[in-house]
Design a protein around this ligand. Sequence first.
Ligand code: PEP
Ligand code: MG
Length: 589
Amino acid sequence: MSTDSSAKDEIVVQGISASQGIAYGQIFVYLQSKVEIPAYRVGPDKRIDEIARFDKALLVTRQQISKIQAEVERTLGKNEALIFDAHLLVLEDEALISETIREFETTGLNIETCFDTVSKKYIQAFSEIDDEYLRERAGDIRDVAQRVLQNLLGHAENSLSQLVERRIVVANDLSPSDSAGINRGSGMAIVTDSGSRTSHAAIVARSMQVPAVVGVRDLSNRVKTGEWALVDGYDGIVILNPSEDTLFRYGKIQTQKKSVEIRLLEANRQKAVTLDGVEVALMANIENVEEVAHVKEFFAQGVGLYRTEYLFLNASRIPTEQEQFLAYKAVVEGISPNPVIIRTLDLGADKPMTSDPGLFPKEDNPFMGSRAIRFCLEHKDLFKDQLRAILLASHHGKVKLMYPMISGIEEMAQANGVLEECKAELRQRNQPFDEVLEVGAMIEIPSAAATVDILAKQCDFFSIGTNDLIQYMLAIDRGNDRIAHLYEPAHPAILRTLKRIVEDAHRMEVPVGVCGEMASDPVYAPLLLGLGVDSLSMAPRLLPAVKYLVRAMKMSDARDLAVEVLGMASSGDIYAKCVQFHRSRVAFD
Ligand code: PEP
Ligand code: MG
């Protein structure tokens, strides 16, 4: 490692490990906040300057958008870059510009305030129009207006999508759409003040394969863009101004980790079979089509969870049925002949669509609010577009469809009712789809866990979402770093529930997998297998460590482990037992 840090004192900050890896570089501070617009009067002598300032901000914004458009065209393709044409058109909109100047001349208020007032009026008017194309323009105006305001206020550099140099992103908070929007070549590590291992920003960091540490409290306030830091994603540590000694030590750790990784990757070419001959299905969790390559690189046996909401999070408008079909088809064909479990939208809570906040009114308890299947059943047209797109994709490979956040049989029946309507529509249109498409439910709400035998009558398979199941069972907000230490997968209540889910599902002859983060943790994977789950699904990069362990253990021992820990009362003891099981079979961490 090179040593670029200054002679400042080294400071070690402990956070929560969210994604493995080590990175050393300069910090980019990203403060997620709404743009605050100060309102003040501009004297008559300054009016010409004020309008010149507005012209300049429009010009700079145009240059920025053109640059991003060129970059997107280069990396993603012409079609993806077309959206920015609409953004450039907003900047040429005579009505928006002249009305801002008129507002300025009548009120005498600063140009930011006037532009904000006028653009909001336009956004409101467009979002109420009963025409899909025109409604989408509201999103374009909102994006561009935000950028113009940031330029007027001199905040333009604080935008993640504009980050081009390789930097360690230190943020007060990072929404999934923020993290998904980080240019993959430039975010070398992610550090956030808030969050936990199962918050969605952490999940995205793992799939991007960048080191991440979350829950570092107020670090984003204590550091400045350009300062040097080392991020240790293995132990959840951030070291500011690392000394020569520290860099040397981490250089050695990195070499060591690399050699472990090479061993894991070599073993990963082999089958996932235990020492007593039981084959285990290891699947991948993905968020977008680019990850299909990782699924293959890490030899997953298919996709156990495709989080389709990521197609929506950063889109400037809701993707159409055809656009979704093309995205799903690309994934399905890429994974074929292996199966892909496509999960319907899990929007809401910490995953609202940024371009359409109107769809996500503020809620006091969003994680218990209109999220996932609830949101879809509330917005049936949007849901049907997605269901038809998934059905159409099912003609191009092996697709299974899964609903998130199912709470009981009525909801399941309602969702299946909408699915049947969609099937009838496609038959009417003479468009082929898999008539025997398997349909399953995530088990991630306690009420679903307690009624698996009832749900089984309408489900071909189950997948346990431990991230949410633990959050809802233990009443621990999965994104809250203050209580992250209480988020306890080894809690006896969780173990008993998992046992019951598996037993009830198997009694009804329905297979059950786990796709929450617990499945990717080599400490917990044997316990889950010992409890009888049929498959584990995880971020592709985490698969080799789990497979290595599977190949080093006996299934009969895993079953004994499950029986033993089910008899224990304390999470600490259960965890220690699972760690011991892991350590005694795998000599390295
Ligand atoms: C889960 O809740 O465990 C899960 C896999 O879904 P998500 O993390 O997308 O909520
Ligand atoms: Mg979930």
